[in-house]
Design a protein around this ligand. Structure first.
Ligand code: PLP
Length: 564
């Protein structure tokens, strides 16, 4: 049984003495049986057979599904739906049957609680014991080893955990922004001083283009002229001239032959990787590549092996062992890694890929608009734009919008146009989004002042962290600056303290990173003022004091391959 399974059964409530509570079941062949309930948890019931003649019920076997169960006490009846008979034991001559619920939870918190021996009050709810958020993380629920006869059983278990998790300061999955844009936003959540404005330090709008007046105006004009949506996929309703203009701009920007637009960076990765590879091919991607790359590889029928983070020798070994057994081969890495903010040795990756006659794809999601002499990403930084076979990018970072792209040779992009399923089988981007992205790229190309401000801000914040004692590379180049805390309890305390100081930075926990690498992921934007950054650094110092944390960990860990 999984840990969750065990925990969920851990807290049991005995039926109060002198109370007769009956479990009424109907077996698979329609026979009705009354059992005396001895104890129960939210998900299970232990009941004794009154006549202790279980051999008279051969249809009752462990693992059997009982189609119908209900609890009967006094005048009440509580329907339980299906039950699974888990165990039959004989104790002191009585047959004890253990059931788990499938459709509904045992109503231990409602009016039924008065029949239970443990008093139920706010500070002593079963959740604290059963699925404590101290003991479990969200990752426990995503593991495949949970099994139950009902597909939704895991949802019910998760809801128990969630109820408690939401009450803790570690919970950061639901923050609601009210009308505001740029680096100073408003949240519904109020600080203790009554204010609800926050400096956002988790935004990907690195160059402040999402709130740029000309970008907003371009979207507004397109909305007036073209309406709300594009009305269909490119195959069914065509694309607009705005889509065509934006793809051409991207191709020109990179000096490549052709570009194709996707609805997001996620679908671009799925569309490119899945569209280009098949059962006869081989893919190797960096272990720390974004979920969309891993998902794309799962969807592809190609054989795959990850190489250790930025480990060229490992990539070389993998290709040596696998390349000859397959037809095509694709190596995938990122321009800047989304959790650690580090940059791969792209020149060496390119060399190894070519040595084994493999194609190279780079996801420039976080690097476009940030690194390289022209701000085009890692391929630009390493002077490899012509050499990288497919460059993937997204508008979610360079301009805080939505939409992705692939850029490469005409032949490859034409292939994707006709074989990439997310491109073919999903509506194309709304014209207003396309117009805004086009305007944002135009501004980016013609005015590099935001890029310069961004680089200055990154340096300022990195130096500030170094002065506090974090082990950060002074030449840190990416907007993503991880501040590793390594202790979820301290992370929670610090998160709350930073929010109170008006700094909105999201804690990243397992499974996005390994447990001892849980962290804040600060993202720096061109529109942060130096005062904003200093305020965040001061607030971080206060939070560290409160949580009794000292920065023993590095903030820019390379080669972490211990996602566990
Ligand atoms: C490296 C990387 N690739 C792809 C994506 C997906 O991009 P989008 O959010 O535009 O779908 C992300 C998103 O954060 C990312 O970090």
């Amino acid at each position: 049984m999984s840990n969750i399974g065990k925990a969920i059964r851990h807290k049991r409530f005995q039926i109060q003495p002198k109370r007769d509570v009956t479990l009424f079941i109907e077996t698979s062949i329609g026979r009705k049986i009354s059992l005396k309930i001895l104890d129960c948890s939210r998900n299970g019931i232990c009941a004794a057979m009154m006549d202790s003649e279980s051999e008279n019920y051969p249809e009752l076997q462990p693992s059997d599904i009982i189609p119908n169960g209900k609890i009967m006490v006094d005048d009440f009846e509580y329907a339980l739906g299906r039950l699974v008979l888990r165990t039959i034991r004989t104790v002191d001559g009585a047959n004890l049957l253990g059931f788990s619920t499938v459709d509904l939870a045992v109503p231990i918190t409602g009016s039924f609680s008065k029949y239970l021996s443990d008093p139920l009050n706010e500070s002593n709810t079963p959740y604290n014991f059963e699925l404590s958020s101290k003991k479990f993380t969200i990752a426990n629920f995503s593991s495949d080893n949970q099994s139950n006869v009902d597909l939704f059983a895991k949802c019910r278990q998760f809801s128990i955990y969630l109820e408690e998790w939401e009450k803790t300061n570690k919970y950061a999955y639901h923050n609601i922004r009210t009308a505001s844009k740029g680096t100073r936003i408003s949240l519904q959540r109020k600080r203790s001083n009554g204010r609800n404005d926050y400096i956002i330090m988790g935004s990907n709008d690195y160059l402040g283009l999402a709130a740029h007046p000309e970008v907003i105006e371009a979207a507004r004009r397109a909305l007036d002229k073209y309406g709300f949506g594009s009305t269909g996929s490119s195959v069914t309703t065509g694309i607009t001239d705005l889509h065509e203009k934006l793809s051409q701009r991207i191709a020109q920007l990179y000096g490549k032959e052709k570009a194709l637009l996707f609805n997001s960076g996620y679908t671009a990765n799925v569309g490119i990787i899945n569209g280009l590879t098949g059962v006869q091919d081989f893919i190797s991607c960096d272990f720390k590549a974004h979920a969309s790359i891993h998902d794309a590889i799962q969807m592809s029928r190609a054989t795959n092996r990850c190489f250790k983070h930025n480990d060229i020798n490992h990539l070389d070994r993998i290709l040596k062992e696998n390349r000859d057994k397959h037809e095509g081969a694709l190596v995938v890495t990122e321009g800047i890694f989304s959790m650690d903010g580090d940059i791969p040795p792209l020149d060496e990756i390119y060399r190894v890929a070519r040595k084994h006659n493999a194609r190279l794809m780079v996801d420039e999601a976080h690097s476009l608009g940030v690194i390289g002499p022209r701000g085009l990403g890692a391929a630009d930084k390493f002077n490899l734009i012509d050499e990288v076979d497919v460059i993937m990018g997204t508008f979610s970072k360079i301009c805080g919008g939505i939409g992705g792209f692939a850029v490469g040779t005409k032949q490859v992009v034409d292939w994707l146009h006709h074989f990439s399923r997310p491109y073919l089988f999903s509506i194309s981007l709304p014209p207003s989004t396309v117009a805004a992205a086009d305007k944002a790229l135009e501004i980016f190309e013609s005015d590099k002042s935001a890029l310069k401000r961004l680089k200055d801000n990154i340096r300022h914040f990195a130096m500030g962290l170094k002065n506090i004692g974090f082990n950060i590379n002074e030449n840190h180049e990416s907007s993503i600056i991880p501040v590793v805390i390594g202790d979820e309890a301290k992370l929670g305390i610090m998160y709350e303290k930073l929010l109170q100081a008006g700094i909105f930075v999201v804690p990243i926990i397992y499974p996005a990173v390994s447990r001892n690498n849980c962290r804040f992921r600060f993202t720096i934007c061109s529109e942060h003022s130096i005062a904003d950054l200093d305020l965040a650094l001061m607030a971080l110092i206060d939070a560290m004091k409160l949580a009794n944390f000292s920065p023993l960990h590095t903030t820019n860990k390379e080669n972490i391959n211990d996602e566990s």
